[in-house]
Design a protein around this ligand. Structure first.
Ligand SMILES: Cc1cc2nc3c(=O)[nH]c(=O)nc-3n(C[C@H](O)[C@H](O)[C@H](O)COP(=O)(O)OP(=O)(O)OC[C@H]3O[C@@H](n4cnc5c(N)ncnc54)[C@H](O)[C@@H]3O)c2cc1C
Length: 452
């Protein structure tokens, strides 16, 4: 049985930064990225556009691009990634035990960097219209054709809500911001951008009591908290920006957690109430919750873990048979296919020209991925799909469609959010997946076609 020196759980700025430090200290850390349990791999910055306050990027950087870079840096120094969720964590045994859907992992020390997840309203009809008009990520889904030139709503009153409301004015005809109180909790600059925007109406002191529609969301019902009067607003999209809950459910009863679910540590320190277990980032930070503070606390947690392992004489050299992913390559900037550069046997091409040609001419299964420019989950999924395509050594082909550029194609294909993947063979749609899925879901479906 291999006992890992250090397992890091979570792949936001806290997790990847602690991995950089731990890997450089030769601890050969293993990092469980998360898959769907507590947000997406790469963490909350995968759901935003420009990050303007992370040091080192004077012109700002897109959140998913920033996370791709931090991830690449952690892999460069030898971090092994497990692209799954931690499903059980047992801190009451030595070594500690972590269970994923595939494996059990044993380790001497753990850094918990599981961040926080988007809250929901739990409305009576919420489940029916989730992903059919309701989304927790305006940045990921705002560009889809169903929201274009339609009235949209955002619920919340903080920075995220304001940022999303402003962002959605690029796509919707008008944006309603539903705010529970009589003021915005966002920064003054952000609040001013909302209040002075003629394409945003703020509905103060109102709560959403339900949503309605047919196949797709068509309206929300709001209720004024004081007069109790209700109003129906016809909208085609509702975006949640009502805060996050720390991802600590797997730790309950095992370490000290406060009433709001945050891991308790001494102020500014990474040690938790359990020796050998350290916390980093938003999961232990009810106050600052920023990319750079999460990264800083990831650094502290890794240094503290290294010191602790050294003091206890627990560091060992771990022999890895393989490191996965082997090496991160910088995402190549693939040009849109045209008549001139189209390749009938190309493994991965971009745009509707390639799609049309391959759809009509190729006898291979075709994986078509619909993405939008700032969609974090698309950043997670695309490298996975490219690895699937590599595994099949040219017997399948991939095409990427940017729905922002190719709205008609996306509409014809019935795409209602990104990422969406469609698998075609001989002009027939064989499978469709929405959101990020495990690689084996794609390989199973492709093998079924190839072996039939
Ligand atoms: C819309 C938006 C905009 C923002 N803009 C900025 C900004 O401009 N600048 C800034 O500094 N900050 C910004 N923030 C805040 C910043 O994103 C967070 O403070 C930061 O991401 C916290 O990092 P973290 O590593 O602690 O956690 P997160 O980023 O939340 O990452 C947590 C990770 O843990 C994983 N995880 C959860 N549960 C499990 C499990 N059971 N098993 C395995 N993995 C798991 C998740 O998949 C995820 O990868 C923004 C946040 C939002 C929501």
């Amino acid at each position: 049985m291999t006992i890992e020196n250090l397992v890091i759980i979570g792949s936001g700025p806290a997790g990847y930064t602690s991995a950089i430090y731990a890997a450089r200290a030769n601890l050969q850390p293993l990092l469980i990225t998360g898959f769907e349990r507590g947000g997406i791999a790469g963490g909350q910055l995968m759901t935003t556009t420009f990050v303007e306050n992370f040091p080192g990027f004077p012109d700002g950087i897109m959140g998913p691009d920033l996370m791709d870079l931090i991830k690449a840096q952690s892999i460069r120094w030898g971090t092994k990634l497990i692209e799954l969720d931690a499903e059980e964590i047992n801190l009451n045994q030595n070594p500690f035990r972590i269970k994923t859907s595939v494996d059990e992992i044993f380790c001497h020390s753990i850094i918990i960097a599981t961040g926080a997840s988007a809250n929901k309203l739990n409305l009576p009809n919420e489940k029916i219209f989730w992903s059919k008009g309701i989304s927790a990520c305006a940045i990921c889904d705002g560009a889809t054709p169903q929201f274009r030139n339609e009235e949209l709503a955002v619920v919340g009153g903080g920075d995220s809500a304001c940022e999303e409301a402003v962002y959605l004015t690029k796509f919707g005809s008008h944006v309603h911001l539903i705010v529970r109180s009589n003021n915005l909790k966002a920064s003054k600059a952000m609040s001013d951008r909302v209040i002075n925007n003629p394409r945003i109406s703020v509905h103060w002191e109102n709560e959403i009591i339900d949503v309605d529609g047919n196949e797709w969301l068509e309206s929300i019902k709001i209720k004024n908290k004081f007069s109790n009067t209700t109003e129906q607003i016809n909208i085609k999209g509702l975006f949640y920006a009502i805060g996050h809950t720390p991802n600590t459910d797997l730790l309950k009863g095992q370490i000290s957690i406060n009433a709001k679910g945050y891991i308790e540590t001494e102020s500014g320190r990474p040690e938790t109430s359990k020796e050998g277990v350290f916390a980093a980032g938003d999961v232990a930070d009810p106050e600052w919750r920023q990319g750079v503070t999460a990264a800083g606390s990831g650094c502290k947690a890794a240094l503290a873990a290294e010191r602790w392992l050294t003091q206890k004489g627990l560091c060992t050299l771990i022999n890895r048979e393989s490191v996965e992913p082997a090496k991160t390559k910088k995402e190549e900037d693939i040009k849109e296919s045209t008549k001139e550069n189209f390749q009938s046997n190309g493994k991965w091409q971009k745009g509707s020209y390639a799609l049309r040609r391959l759809y009509h001419e190729s006898s291979n299964p075709l994986l078509v991925v619909y993405t939008s420019p700032n969609c974090g989950p698309c950043h997670v999924l695309k490298p996975q799909l490219k690895r699937v395509i590599e595994e099949f050594k040219g017997t399948i082909q991939g095409i990427e469609i940017d729905i922002d550029l190719e709205q008609e194609i996306a509409k014809d294909a019935g795409v209602i959010g990104t990422p969406t993947v469609q698998l075609f063979h001989n002009k027939e749609l064989k499978n469709q997946w929405k959101g990020v899925k495990q690689r084996n879901e794609f390989t199973k479906a492709i093998n079924k076609i190839l072996n039939s």
